[in-house]
Ligand binder design. Sequence first.
Ligand SMILES: Nc1ncnc2c1ncn2[C@@H]1O[C@H](COP(=O)(O)OP(=O)(O)OP(=O)(O)O)[C@@H](O)[C@H]1O
Ligand SMILES: [Mg+2]
Length: 1078
Amino acid sequence: MAKMEVKTSLLDDMIGVGDMVLLEPLNEDSFINNLKKRFDHNEVYTYIGSVVISINPYRSLPIYTPEKVEEYRNRNFYELSPHIFALSDEAYRSLRDQDKDQCILITGESGAGKTEASKLVMSYVAAVCGKGAEVNQVKEQLLQSNPVLEAFGNAKTVRNDNSSRFGKYMDIEFDFKGDPLGGVISNYLLEKSRVVKQPRGERNFHIFYQILSGASEEFLCKLKLERDFSRYNYLGLDSARVNGVDDASNFRTVRNAMQIVGFMDHETQSVFEVVAAVLKLGNIEFKPESRANGLDESKIKDKNELKEICELTGIDQSVLERAFSFRTVEAKQEKVSTTLNVAQAYYARDALAKNLYSRLFSWLVTRINESIKAQTKVRKKVMGVLDIYGFEIFEDNSFEQFIINYCNEKLQQIFIELTLKEEQEEYIREGIEWTHIEYFNNAIICDLIENNQTGILAMLDEECLRPGTVTDDTFLEKLNQVCATHQHFESRMSKCSRFLNDTSLPHSCFRIQHYAGKVMYQVEGFVDKNNDLLYRDLSQAMWKANHSLIKALFPEGNPAKINLKRPPTAGSQFKASVATLMKNLQTKNPNYIRCIKPNDKKAAHIFNEALVCHQIRYLGLLENVRVRRAGYAFRQPYEPCLERYKMLCKQTWPHWRGPARAGVEVLFNELGIPEEEFSFGRSKIFIRNPRTLFKLEDLRKQRLEDLATLIEKIYRGWKCRTHFLLMKKCQIVIASWYRRYSQQKKYQKIKSSAITVQSYIRGWKARKLLRELKHLKRCNEAATVIAAYWHGTQVRREYRKFFRANAGRKIYEFTLQRLMQKYFLEMKNKMPSLSPIDKNWPARPYLFLDSTHKELKRIFHLWRCKKYRDQFTDQQKLIYEEKLEASELFKDKKALYPASVGQPFQGAYLEISENPKYKKLKDAVDEKIIIAEVVNKINRANGKAASRIFLLTKNNVLLADQKSGTIKSEVPLGDVTKVSMSSQNDGFFAVHLKEGSEAASKGDFLLSSDHLIEMATKLYRTTLSQTKQKLNIEISDEFLVQFKQDKVCVKFIQGSQKNGNIPTCKRKNNRLLEVAVP
Ligand SMILES: Nc1ncnc2c1ncn2[C@@H]1O[C@H](COP(=O)(O)OP(=O)(O)OP(=O)(O)O)[C@@H](O)[C@H]1O
Ligand SMILES: [Mg+2]
């Protein structure tokens, strides 16, 4: 499982120990190792109780982001990893919520990160305190005072590229809500000697370089400056440029910051003019000039620079020139003027430059204070931030180090006092028995320095004020006399012989055993620096300047306010301001940030143990831990303690219902922690030994793992259950949706079916209705029509008398007539030919003429037939009558008939009268011959044919021999009863004779002729005309013929075509004669 990110205690994920109080065993090595281990893991902050140790990482770490600010905001001090924000938050909240004024004391040696720490504290407070336009402006002004002061008060040194060369204490003031109102800055002892001289590898104050690099040409010209650094004696040349520092852009930042802080343009201008004047002062050089009276005199080498300075500052050149050449001593009413030699002139020049600059710096602080001053008179809560130089131990230590170290002694003292006091107060508050704590109290060292009678500072002042020759050596002598017996003072020359043989201690030095270590001071310069002398002539010259700022910087130059008393010495001034500071700090709740520098190279990742060890010693950090855990190493309010360890005991886990203290008691009893290891305070548990705490921590860690498993188990169960329930829920939702969907579909189907059925029914009903309505309509219409007719009839009946009767009919008839007329006229033109066989006939024009048209066609046909007939001769008429007769007799009865139609009936085929052959025959027949023809007479016995001549006359039928012409038989027509023949295509026929007649004795004749149809027809006609009786003509394929006494049946059968088309006749038996017709 991934590690939880949430921290509830500084003990979580601790690298080494986060709080040195918990260090076990506690000694210098373990202390350094712990710091190193943490430093190597980028943990640059470590606690000693509530004190923060900060190691300069020398690189930017991602631990100052707005997110981090939020993380530390409103959290308890020990809740998260050690951080400067935790301390800032604690201080701010206790100021805001408990109304306790705070001070944050940041100490450490040069380059340890004090100034950075102070800025971090300020930015944190700015981030978490109230917001709003006004508040933001105050914040901005407070924050922007830093770049201005840094530009004028910081410089590059060998230890730090941005070393603060002054001490700074800033009170930030808040209202009751915790919103910032303003602030007050106090500055301590600017290192003004840097203005005129810098050690090797160091620079003057940043502002000089910034002006020369960043100012525009125009501005430089105004200030009578040149951009080239090497033009100025006061600017050390060897390290004018610093890596990673952009002076030009910093200049813009500073000007911008000055504007934000509230500097008026003319003020800014004046400030830079003073800076320029200081820079140019360094270029004034002197040369010796001997006077007649033997006194050494000096003279300014090149007055050009002096002239420019005077132009810049509005000082009368002669006044300044004189001030560099003479010194006037006033005593009572007397004024004595002495000349200055070259060395003195240089001293005066440098003193002026230093004073100008340091006074300018103080003026800047005052001016900033004016701007950031709280605008209200209401009571304010105050948070002081002290960024002051740390303990300094160099090879050559001078007056400045002495002063600085004195300040640090004082701070250590206040630290001891306040820490112990707080510890004691806590014990009393918690009702724990107080045990005495062994620690070193440095009050004795403070006394060595600041004691009003025997203190070193007092001694120095005395020496400075003493008439007669005063040198550094006389001062040392005096020290040797007065302080010789002091435990912490060491000197070769002292009466005490302890150090007589100590070669490490030169004669011109004294050594003090500070709480942080021994420091050897060179006495050289102590008197001068303490005096901090500026010749009166110079201050008066300055006061006379036509430059309001410079004038204001030298108020003592005003002759009206002449003060013969010496100004307070630097030492006493410092002592006084330190005393005020201490007083101020004592009224506040202290918070400590102890800065440590990990190496001398300003490099990241390097941890120089010796260097750190040195700092730990002089910061007294081990001492600090010891004091902190003299009684009990660890303490914690009951609630968080119970909260943290409650899982170690069944009764307290998971919830303890009673008071927290009782819970902790139960817990500790259960865990079997020995009684001497802890104590119950009123609100806190006190644990004597860190081991106990670590044991608790180990148990907790183990238990947490078990709990994590348990939580994991429960969580997994819960997750699966939740997942299952969710799935179930989803399934139900899906099912319900699906059901809904399917029901919807079903419903829609039913609905559409219902609609269909409904529509059919409606359609049916509608049609029914329509039908009824139509019927009704028709009835109505019919009724209307009937009514109309009826009315019409009525009306007509009524009105008939008014109309001409029968007009309608007439018109009708006329129309009809006209149509008929037209019809007939048209018909006349369209008549077909007169041929009776022409079938053409025009189409009928009118339907009503249909029957007429048909009738007309018939009549026309009859008419044209008549016409046709009328053309006939009698002969033709007869022929046609015969043909007609034949048709009536044989048409559709005898197969031979159609062939006969085209043949003309000739009758007399034999020319009896003409042919002489038939003369006899002609003579025998006196009647007119109707038919003369050759026929075959069938022999009744064998069926063979014999040719005979057949003659028909008006009254008889004759058969004659063909050759001789002898008549063989003569039968009167009255004896012919019947003629029989077949229905087929043969020429056989029988002529039946009347029984009993004469001719009948030989039997009926069976003949065959090629002109059977003509013969039968003529026979029929002749018989009819003679006898007035119709001859019976029988057409049948089987008939009886009378042969003598017998009746023979002639039967026609279908024969083969053996003999061509000629039928053959055969006598089968007595009774049957068969004729085979092909
Ligand atoms: N917390 C930090 N994170 C990153 N860099 C830091 C931090 N603190 C200090 N430094 C670096 O160390 C340098 C020196 O720090 P700073 O100026 O604060 O030292 P100081 O203690 O004020 O020294 P002095 O006494 O000379 O003024 C800074 O310029 C910066 O580069
Ligand atoms: Mg600093």
